[in-house]
Write a protein that binds this ligand. Structure first.
Ligand code: MG
Length: 260
């Protein structure tokens, strides 16, 4: 079911968006060479506790999950791209890290993700390839957000994302994509990262969605790690992921999870 939020409810959703942005900023700042993924999870966990927020991940147990997630952030390193389960791993120079975080504040959820390289890349070629991959997800996210206006359709967002990916030479896996956000983390409509302009659910003021392009360097196939959660590229190539939660308003898209 698709729910539209009143301007008052969208105002009530702002603190959750700000909090999610703050946590991603802090976790990113902590993600130095030698820092363990479990330490990054602890940074976010402490902030959740201080704020009196609720994690959307810790008890998350969908049909495809082997067990409840048990952590509060997703940490996907290098060939991992989505749902990375934090584990005992110290970050190395040149790792491409994607962090995804969703939390509920005052009963409203926000969801956002960021990708970046830790330390310095091994070679200029590696640095260039990682920058291109990360920037393409960011540009695709901006293009998707720009299309999120009243009068457009979900397919306009999907087509805008896909255009950016294809122009950069990446193929698109549509197994996972954006989604409605509200009292819970995943609602309708589904917002695929590929689709036809002018098709799908009409975008109306009050619709709150997460838009989340993610691409792999040289494949669109993924598999699930033996940990039961982490999704990795089939060919070992790297992945990147950018996500914001936005509200569609009469004045256009409002990015609730914008980072300073
Ligand atoms: Mg997310």
């Amino acid at each position: 079911m698709i729910e539209l939020r009143s301007p008052r409810e969208i105002e009530q959703m702002r603190p959750a968006g700000r909090f999610v942005a703050e946590v991603l900023t802090e976790v990113r700042a902590a993600a130095a060479v030698g820092v363990n993924l479990l330490e990054l999870d602890a940074v976010a966990h402490a902030m959740i506790k201080d704020r009196g927020a609720e994690s959307c991940y810790i008890d998350y147990h969908p049909s495809f999950g082997a067990m409840p997630f048990g952590k509060v952030i997703c940490t996907s390193v290098n060939d991992a791209v989505l749902h990375g389960l934090p584990h005992d791993y110290a970050l190395r120079d040149g790792d491409l890290l994607s962090i995804d975080f969703a939390a509920s504040v005052d009963g409203w959820v926000s969801d956002s993700a960021v990708s970046f390289v830790v330390g310095g890349s091994a070679t200029p070629q590696r640095a260039a390839a990682d920058s291109k991959l990360i920037e393409t997800t960011e540009i695709a996210l901006e293009a998707g957000i720009a299309a999120a206006r009243p009068g457009k359709k979900v397919g306009d967002i999907s087509a805008a994302i896909a255009k950016v990916a294809h122009a950069a030479g990446y193929s698109i896996n549509t197994d996972f994509g954006g989604h409605g956000v509200g009292r819970t983390m995943h609602g309708d409509p589904h917002v695929p990262n590929n689709g036809r302009a002018g098709r799908g659910f009409p975008l109306k003021p009050g619709l709150v969605i997460a838009i989340e392009p993610w691409f792999l360097e040289t494949t669109d196939e993924i598999y699930t790690d033996p940990d039961g959660w982490t999704l990795r590229s089939a060919d070992g190539s790297r992945g990147a992921h950018s996500e914001h939660t936005i509200a569609i308003t009469d004045d256009g898209p409002l990015v609730l999870t914008a980072r300073r």
